[in-house]
Structures are given as structure tokens and as C-alpha cells.
Design a protein around this ligand. Structure first.
Ligand SMILES: [Zn+2]
Length: 75
């Protein structure tokens, strides 16, 4: 049985590398029994989806910042 610390560590590792089968099972069992880590894992997944949207070109904030910088150069 994982501790909450280990479970959240695995959930964040899962964003960066594929978990081993054993790690996946351990994390799954922990999140089934622990609502805190279940929420953590689900917010990690939401964050990952947001980052994927960001990486695929949907980043209006950066575009706006660049536009502002460009406009300043022209002043
Ligand atoms: Zn936990």
C-alpha cells in the first residue's frame, strides 16, 4: 500500500514517463481508497490536457505578449 506522498509522486511522474505495471496498479488501488489522491490525480490530468492544448498552439496569452512587445519596438 502506497503512502499519500508516494501516490502523489507517482501521479506526477506519470505526466513525465510511462509508469510500470506495478506502479500503475499501486496508484490505482491507492486512488480507489483515497479521495485526496484521487482529486490530485484528476487535477494532474486536467493540467496535462491544458498543457497539451497550450503546446498545440492554443496560447492566446503568449501571442498577446509578443504583440505588445512588437508594438513597443515600433514606438
Ligand atoms: Zn492518498
Amino acid at each position: 500500500m502506497l503512502s499519500c506522498h508516494q501516490a502523489t509522486r507517482l501521479a506526477s511522474d506519470a505526466q513525465e514517463r510511462p509508469l510500470t505495471f506495478k506502479e500503475k496498479v499501486s496508484l490505482k488501488i491507492h486512488t480507489m481508497m483515497c479521495s485526496g489522491c484521487r482529486n490530485f490525480e484528476s487535477s494532474m490530468n486536467t493540467l496535462r490536457k491544458a498543457m497539451q492544448g497550450f503546446a498545440s498552439g492554443d496560447h492566446k496569452d503568449i501571442t498577446n505578449n509578443n504583440t505588445k512587445k512588437t508594438m513597443k519596438k515600433h514606438e
